[in-house]
Ligand binder design. Structure first.
Ligand SMILES: CNc1ncnc2c1ncn2[C@@H]1O[C@H](COP(=O)(O)O)[C@@H](O)[C@H]1O
Length: 403
């Protein structure tokens, strides 16, 4: 049977190899800043499996969950199906506290030194949860991380509250008021996100406007799908940062370049959701260098990635040198929603940690189906399931793809 699988694999071309172990190792050692990470999109696979197993009465369709998490590529619509499943297993205060602590642990392990984690506060009356208690549980997760971490203050964390595009104008205003109230408790800003095919910009604009008038920073998802009228209206409103901006015509691209608004770019998310056709075709090089850009993960759990992996993918796809990777990482300090003095301190900390070594590219490469730990999810890859590596597979794909 194994021979049949291997035989059938031989007939299909191997996926392109995108970066080397040496590049990934180097990117892991660079101190990094994460500015676009959705809390419920960053949940560990093992935690999703554990929490869904504990549920009674088939509240979560495990076959659906498994099908969606095992697909190498998923459309934006399928991603939002996956979020619905994740939201059904992170309904308790304890689950929220746990996922928050774990997300920070994973970021700290990946050498992220500053993170803005975003989430939509949700009221779940059936679990005795209000939007305020949702956030209390998230804050507890942050506190638990610091209480348990031996490497205290390795990573500095701020929250952004997200307005979900499914929300009404009144609900959006509720989220904005909460963000303003919690400004001194670790909330650094407000975000607009959610399924880009849902709703109208004018619905949430007053809430974003209110937050901005109160001195809060605002970031907005835009151009994740083709909607030039909305992208133009958002650009004209001038948020503090913009997420994605994949689907732009030449006029909008020029407008964005002229605006100087920092862009949060999430390569794997955009490729897997088909907002861009491939890594090599990503719009990163249309903006960087020259325009403020920060590489981010978006949903490290949903897309099986890490910030280091996103840097390594950028290095391979756009032929970036070690110095350029570090320039990207350091510059991100300037685009954070921290106060100016805190930004400067963060930048100094990043500069003090610059690396001067070169990359060892001789070690095994990674392909499109390799996850952040180098385990290859492609059927028939070498050292398949259940071997001495405890089910970990190594990649035997083809040539590395460099643009
Ligand atoms: C793939 N690109 C994306 N585009 C737009 N919104 C996204 C997203 N990825 C995640 N979210 C938003 O973040 C929520 C999950 O985290 P929280 O429950 O808030 O912690 C999703 O439900 C969606 O609203």
């Amino acid at each position: 049977m194994a021979a049949t699988v291997a035989g059938s694999e031989q007939s299909s071309p191997p996926p392109p190899l995108l970066y080397t172990q040496g590049q990934l190792d180097f990117c892991r050692r660079i101190p990094k800043i994460e500015l676009h990470a959705h809390l419920n999109g960053s949940v560990r696979d093992s935690t999703i499996r554990e929490l869904s197993t504990g549920l009674e009465g088939g509240a979560v369709s495990l076959p659906d969950l498994q099908r969606l998490t095992q697909q190498a590529s998923r459309t934006l619509g399928e991603c939002f199906q996956l979020f619905d499943v994740i939201h059904r297993i992170t309904t308790t205060h304890a689950a929220l506290t746990r996922i928050t602590r774990e997300v920070i642990e994973d970021m700290a392990d990946d050498n992220v030194v500053y993170a803005e984690i975003r989430t939509t506060p949700k009221a779940r009356p059936e679990h005795g949860m209000t939007t305020e208690s949702y956030l209390d549980a998230v804050f507890k997760g942050v506190a638990d991380y610091y209480a348990a971490s031996r490497r205290t203050q390795d990573i500095q964390v701020r929250l952004l509250l997200s307005i979900d595009r499914r929300q009404s104008a009144a609900e959006a205003m509720g989220t904005a008021r909460l963000a303003v109230q919690l400004r001194d408790e670790g909330v650094a800003g407000l975000d607009l996100s959610g399924n880009p095919s849902v709703g109208q910009w004018e619905t949430w604009r007053p809430a974003l406007e209110y937050a901005r008038q109160q001195g809060l920073k605002v970031t907005v998802h835009a151009g994740e799908v083709w909607n030039p009228e909305e992208a133009a209206a958002i650009l004209q409103w001038r948020p503090g940062r913009l997420g994605h901006m994949c689907c732009l015509d030449a006029a909008l691209e020029k407008h964005l370049l002229d605006s100087g608004i920092p862009l949060e770019l999430c390569l794997t998310s955009n490729v897997l959701t088909r907002s861009v056709p491939s890594y090599a075709d990503h719009h990163f090089p249309s903006f960087w260098p020259g325009h403020p850009v920060v590489l981010c993960t978006d949903d490290s759990g949903v897309f099986a990635s890490s910030l280091s992996r996103e840097y390594a993918l950028a290095a391979a796809a756009f032929n970036l040198s070690d110095e350029e990777l570090q320039q990207l990482a350091v510059a991100a300090a300037d685009y954070t929603f921290l106060e100016p003095g805190e930004r400067a301190a963060l930048r100094e900390r990043m500069e003090a940690a610059l690396l001067v070594e070169s990359v060892d590219n001789s070690r095994s490469p990674f392909c499109l189906f390799c996850d952040a730990n180098g385990a290859c999810g492609r059927r028939g890859s070498a050292d398949s399931d259940g071997g001495a590596g405890g089910g970990r597979r190594t990649c035997d794909g083809g040539e590395r793809s460099v643009r």
